[in-house]
Design a protein around this ligand. Sequence first.
Ligand code: C2O
Ligand code: CU
Length: 543
Amino acid sequence: AKIRRYKWEVKYEYKSPDCFRKLVITVNGRTPGPTILAKENDTIVVELKNSLLTENVAIYWHGIRQKGTPWFDGTEGVTQCPILPGETFIYRFVVDRPGTYLYHAHYGMQREAGLYGSIRVAPEKPEPFSYDYDRSIILNDWYHKSTHEQATGLSSIPFQWVEEPQSLLIQGKGKFNCSQLTAPSLNVSSFCDASKPECSPYVLTVVPGKTFRLRISSLTALSALSFQIEGHNMTVVEADGHYVEPFVVQNLFIYSGETYSVLIKADQDPSRNYWATTNVVNRPPKTPPGLAILNYYPNNPKRLPPTAPPPGPYWDDVQPRLNQSLAIKAHQNFTTPPPPISDRLILFLNTQNLVNGYRRWSVNNVSFNLPNIPYLISLKNDLTQAFDQTPPPNGFNLTSYDIYNIPENRNGTASSAIYRLSFNSTVDIVLQNAKYNENGSTSETHPWHLHGHDFWVLGYGEGKFDMYKDPRKYNLVNPIMKNTVPVHPYGWTALRFQADNPGAWAFHCHIESHFYMGMGVVFAEGIERLGKLPSSIMGCVGH
Ligand code: C2O
Ligand code: CU
């Protein structure tokens, strides 16, 4: 195994990813930042300089379990103090599993300012499929307002929602229609210019007749997406770093925090190019589709396809999305079945509450607040004053709660309390979705992401979870392991994981504004097994 060293500088720069000029956070001048390419069991060393001048930063290695290095998870407030402006912090961790992973900012809502990128870990052993070449793209949604303005609006009375994104980006490129910005006094072309090469569509070049592996990830701030390539089917072979029993799709539904690999054969008319498109689903699409070009070599990569981009699937149809979730099973030669029973069941009801008049997301009526001292530090040093010590609720009233209505009393509380798990215990989580506000019949898709572990996805269901009947339908034979999973509107999702990684780990909705508004929890296990914490994570703790 090798040591791979990176030197990164994080700073604000003006960029026009979708033709509209705004301040974005770059890594070494780029967004998405540089790709980390490694081999299974390599050690990654990232020397990170924070050149944001007035903002803290922390970078999270999404999907990397950090076995033995919980302090380098990169989650500000949970595993480390923030990296202050001007400071340099060194992350050092092992990538112990092959697959497709991500990195992104984990401080406030900085991720959506552009601080993100790909991690690709090559396997030591042969894979259960073959391909001629390998590409990665990250899908994202994009806002023109600054992260600051959005975060401030979300934490104000009256509440100011972020609304729908202005564009969708494929590997950092999108196209906003600048002509929407006509106001006589505005010199639009000075900050929105569709002719900028920076916002020309992303081009994926393929050789006719060959098969390529496309690694598709989503790091959207809000949107659930559908991705498709005109005229080409996709065979899904990997999800969140685990091999999937292959299945074919035309549209791949993908939620923020998920990664997939698909195989695509370039077997269509080689004399032209094709559209790759991404569309918003689950929310009324007010954002134009994101477009990239699948270029058949040797056609000119800039030549636009002669056909109109294919329309996405109907946005409000949950069934095909649930069907895709149900279709994802572990590859038959790579299954590690879960323990047949669990030691503990925790139910998480996802709702929107009011906390002192502020609109907040919560689980079991508790909205999550980060403490001033990161949990890893306060747990290790028994600083019991540092966060709320009363354990948060293990569930909600499953018999009486009506998931199709909002409760009469919408008030909730905010807390920094955490779930303490017995080391090496088997934990079941059931995420329960519900109607979340008074307007219409709304229940949103929430992609939940777990730090420090992969979990088995035991099942998905519609309506309210039945504690007696539903567990009998769990897939204990070949459930896929993932680190991010959707809970569909008015549905539930059941997970199982082994609390075998000493540390403090966030589990949260991957929608940037939802986690910011409190939609998350923290698990802690095996703290007593940890050695001395590195002093580099403790910058915010007084001595
Ligand atoms: Cu990719 Cu804690 O998030
Ligand atoms: Cu959410």
